[in-house]
Ligand binder design. Structure first.
Ligand SMILES: NS(=O)(=O)c1c(F)c(F)c(S(=O)(=O)CCO)c(N[C@H]2CCc3ccccc32)c1F
Ligand SMILES: [Zn+2]
Length: 263
């Protein structure tokens, strides 16, 4: 079932009871610490294709009770990994109005205000993400760290619709826009490791790419993200605010974190 939360009696320490992989190995997120990093000269700049969507294209912005997500057309893909990874959706993890610390991955223990994940599946081998999600070579997720700072015009393409998805399972349509504009300028500098979904069922099926450069949103934009949504259904009397939807860093064990840059 979908009965899991980020705190309380169904919080992350309880996930393994219903979702055994959550208590397993190769879990995400992790703290990306300098001591673990190994430069890998074979790591090429990430190449994304068809990310510049026309406004005629309609996307679905939704509140699934755990995050805010945007559905993405499978014509968008990453072209220079071992297999073609086609886009499925993007979503966010964030802190709360008083706490601009809601990223899942941390860098030398620094937690950023929020984090965006662009989820892709191996479309060479699997027909859709549901068939790929539990396979070891199934998913590739691009992670973007988000700090509070300069206003980010690209985020307005969906933040201006956020009032339409206040409650769980609400969805609105939004015009396509250039998803590339949500990524940092440099796609050649990133961290790379093998990990998992950061939510139940926590399948160890994700090739993680976390860009070194962060993007910024304004304080007002961050508050919009952190305060607009509820995890509860509209008819429920107890309105449960949706915030601080991040899993804590997991054990790295014997994993190596590769980096595409030297210093
Ligand atoms: N941080 S993360 O990238 O590991 C990650 C999430 F954090 C997250 F919340 C979701 S979800 O679908 O919004 C809700 C729970 O699956 C997904 N959804 C993925 C995983 C399963 C699935 C199936 C169909 C479409 C999207 C997804 C996810 F991959
Ligand atoms: Zn995520």
């Amino acid at each position: 079932g979908d009965k899991w939360t980020y705190n309380g009696s169904e919080g992350e320490h309880h996930w393994p009871k219903h979702f055994p992989y959550c208590g397993g190995t190769f879990q995400s997120p992790i703290d990306i610490s300098s001591g673990l990093l190994r430069f890998d000269p074979t790591l090429r700049p990430i190449e994304v294709q068809n990310y510049n969507l026309s406004p005629i294209e309609q996307l679905t912005l939704g509140n699934n009770g755990h995050s805010m997500q945007i559905s993405l057309p499978s014509k968008m893909f990453i072209s220079n990994l071992r297999h073609r990874y086609s886009a499925a959706q993007l979503h966010f993890h964030w802190g709360s109005s008083g706490q601009p610390t809601g990223s899942e991955h941390t860098v030398n223990r620094k937690q950023y205000a929020a984090e965006m994940h662009v989820v892709h599946y191996n479309s060479d081998k699997y027909p859709n993400i549901s068939m790929a999600v539990d396979k070891s070579d199934g998913l590739a997720v691009l992670g973007v760290l988000i700090e509070v700072g300069e206003f980010n015009p690209a985020f307005e393409h969906f933040l201006k619709f956020i009032s339409g998805i206040k409650y769980r399972d609400q969805k609105v349509q939004l015009p396509g826009f250039n998803i590339r504009a949500l990524l940092p300028t440099r796609l050649d500098e990133y961290y790379r490791y093998d990990g998992s979904l950061t939510t139940p069922p926590c399948y160890p099926s994700v090739l993680w790419t976390i860009f070194r450069d962060h993007v910024t949103v304004s304080q007002k934009q961050f508050l919009g993200l952190a305060t607009a949504l509820y995890a509860s259904y509209p008819q429920e009397s107890a309105h449960t605010p949706l915030h601080s939807n991040f899993r804590k860093p997991q054990l790295v064990d014997s994993r190596v974190v590769l980096v595409s840059f030297k210093e």
